[in-house]
Design a protein around this ligand. Sequence first.
Ligand code: ASP
Ligand code: MG
Length: 426
Amino acid sequence: MGIVVQKYGGSSVADAAGIKRVAQRIVNTKKAGHQVVVVVSAMGDTTDELIDLANEVSPLPPARELDMLLTAGERISMAVLAMAIQNLGHEARSFTGSQAGVITDAAHGKAKIIDVTPGRIEAAINEGAIAIVAGFQGVSQTTKDITTLGRGGSDTTAVALAVALEADVCEIYSDVDGIFTADPRIEPRARKVPRISYEETLEMAAQGAKILHLRCVEYARRYGMPVHVRSSFSEKEGTWVVKAEDVHQEDQNMEAAIITGVAHDRSQAKITVVGVPDKPGEAAAIFRAVADAQINIDMIVQNVSAAATSLTDISFTLPAGEGQTAMTALSRLQESVGFDSLLYDDSVGKVSIVGAGMSSSPGISARFFEALSEAGVNIEMISTSEIRVSVVVAEAQVEAAVNAAHAAFELGSDEIEAVVYGGTGR
Ligand code: ASP
Ligand code: MG
């Protein structure tokens, strides 16, 4: 019987009843003979409420103080959870991220974990206690200030602790039963995926599926830590995120082995630079301006230039929240680059099919595009990786596109499998 790290998201500990339910679950794991380390998120929407509060007192809250404020959310949950466990007759001790040895760099709001020294956690579990750790936070190695890891960062705390403690498994509890072939809110026939590789999970998460914090999956992959994504509201087996070679084909039908799931993302916008002179250096100038504005772009499409004019159009996608900044940066280039105009469209969405099997089976893109065409969905942009095909479509057609792709690759189950127990999805 080894060490089990369990992480409970905000919806699992939203109120006193949730805290007590989770406490019972933790005690059951302990009684089964495991050493248990628990990572908790802030209760319900606490983090959002704290951010609202900060914005009410200051238009631009200083990053150091904002981190200090936000980490309070997780401290509330860890303390009340420890109380609830003690009430069940078991010893529990709570620790802040800093006390648990989560050492980060100094980048407030998006700190990276650089070391984990969980001496106090080891001591607590070796003395028979249950250790409860505040997620999403650490302490900077250089400034000694309290930092946060970015929204949703408790997943990463959990995996990092699991690795440092050499745990058998890291269990991530939320209010859904696992990872599904598509978002059950728009695809009611979505099926739970029993096992999925780190690589596929990374692609799904990067393409908008709200499964796990991206960095948590990167961390788990780097150290080969098995992650079990499951619901705290049911006893059902969830989804195991494991090495590609441990994803057993026999768990799934043949189709599912080729395409694992469909992800979608409505948070993107598209910018088109119209009438760019077709000569060396123009694309470089455009994307240098966007990069200097610290904007991450996703897909890029450049059309062939019209022979008569030697002008071309370049389109790219970016997070809608950065749209204004990018447009301002680009409009400053209009004269030097000599393009005609800029178009901005934030009513676009991205739909992606992901699956490790596609690299060895031809015709996947054709099947995807045929399904979209039969559903009357127009494709605006396309991009691919070895295990993914993504398209940009009108936002109003995202749902139809997900349904069409899901059906075309026969991902659906006959019964309704997906249950969302809580509210917020985490
Ligand atoms: N409470 C933080 C958030 O809401 C961290 C987490 O939930 O993982 O982003
Ligand atoms: Mg949260």
